[in-house]
Design a protein around this ligand. Structure first.
Ligand code: AMP
Ligand code: FE
Ligand code: ZN
Ligand code: FE
Length: 286
């Protein structure tokens, strides 16, 4: 069982990288990817834990990008974590997440929602990439929302008056950057309409031209029509189809292994990587 999209406390998941690996093993996964937002800070801990649990780890990242004004998440598997341009671009996004989140918290506090920047900081803990889910957790801790889902539906969605953008990379540029770093770019939840990502077929064709390698077909946020469309585009454009949970720990309903990727698709991803980063664990040698 292969699940190629998970988050830890290094970004907006609720489990540490080691905990995510332990949970992945307990859930019966054989292979799991750690794909925190805009950084690779969880890789070392995840690798050590994966080895301890006999799991195969795919080291990855999920970049915050934009295409025609839409928020688009781009998974980058097996990238060189020291590639200077990639390092610089991820740092730019992470650095901009702080003032942006603070601005959102202040707007909410000013409106009397009962959440302060200090509350949010407490939820952020030592995350490298703080995000809206940490504001959601602060609202839950204050008893203002029951869970992250309610907090997003009411106050944190992309069209909310409290929404503030952070730096993002153009999606085509991010695709080229991932490839320059030896990695494999895969479009995450391309038809997650609720998140403000509703790419058109031609957008995906354009991104394929830019060097996209794969597309997340089986993801709960794609919905059934989105899955069909993604599968058809994968066929048409020769993109590798993946399926993943986008596990964030306790913060979201997504369960490890709720969607999975075939061994053939993983093999195609590994074959498309051109850098020094390979798999960690039992399947690391062909
Ligand atoms: P940010 O990167 O700070 O803009 O926050 C985006 C993150 O919020 C995503 O990566 C998801 O983890 C989370 N998210 C987005 N929409 C929802 C939702 N409706 N419910 C729960 N979490 C969400
Ligand atoms: Fe997230
Ligand atoms: Zn995402
Ligand atoms: Fe994700």
């Amino acid at each position: 069982m292969i699940d190629l999209h998970t988050h830890s406390t290094v970004s907006d998941g609720t489990g540490t990288p080691a905990e995510v690996m332990a949970e992945a093993a307990a859930a019966g996964l054989t292979t799991v990817a750690l794909t925190d937002h805009d950084g690779t800070g969880g890789w070392a801990e995840a690798a050590e834990a994966a080895v301890a649990h006999g799991l195969t780890l795919v080291r990855g990242v999920e970049l915050s990008t934009r295409h025609r004004g839409m928020s688009v998440h781009l998974l980058g598997y097996l990238v060189d974590p020291d590639h200077p341009d990639l390092v610089a671009e991820m740092a730019l996004t992470r650095d901009d997440r702080w003032p942006r989140l603070r601005k959102m918290a202040e707007l909410m506090e000013a409106d009397g929602l009962g959440v302060t920047w200090d509350d949010v900081l407490e939820q952020v803990g030592d995350a490298d990439a703080p995000g809206r889910p940490h504001i959601a957790d602060a609202l839950v801790a204050r008893g203002v929302a029951v869970d992250r889902g309610e907090a997003f539906d009411r106050w944190l969605h992309n069209r909310s008056p409290y929404y503030v953008r952070h730096h993002t990379t153009g999606t085509a540029d991010a695709i080229r950057l991932v490839r320059a770093a030896g990695g494999v770019p895969v479009l995450a939840h391309p038809f997650a309409v609720k998140r403000g990502t509703a790419l058109l077929e031609d957008d995906v064709r354009e991104l394929a031209e830019a060097g996209l390698v794969g597309i997340e077909v089986d993801h709960r946020d794609n919905g059934s029509t989105g899955r069909e469309l993604a599968a058809r585009l994968a066929d048409e454009l020769g993109l590798v189809p993946t399926g993943s949970s986008d596990y964030h720990g306790d913060g979201k309903e997504n369960r490890l292994g709720e969607n999975t990727t075939t061994p053939e698709a993983l093999a195609a991803i590994v074959a498309a990587a051109t850098g020094r980063i390979g798999l960690v664990g039992p399947d690391s040698t062909p």
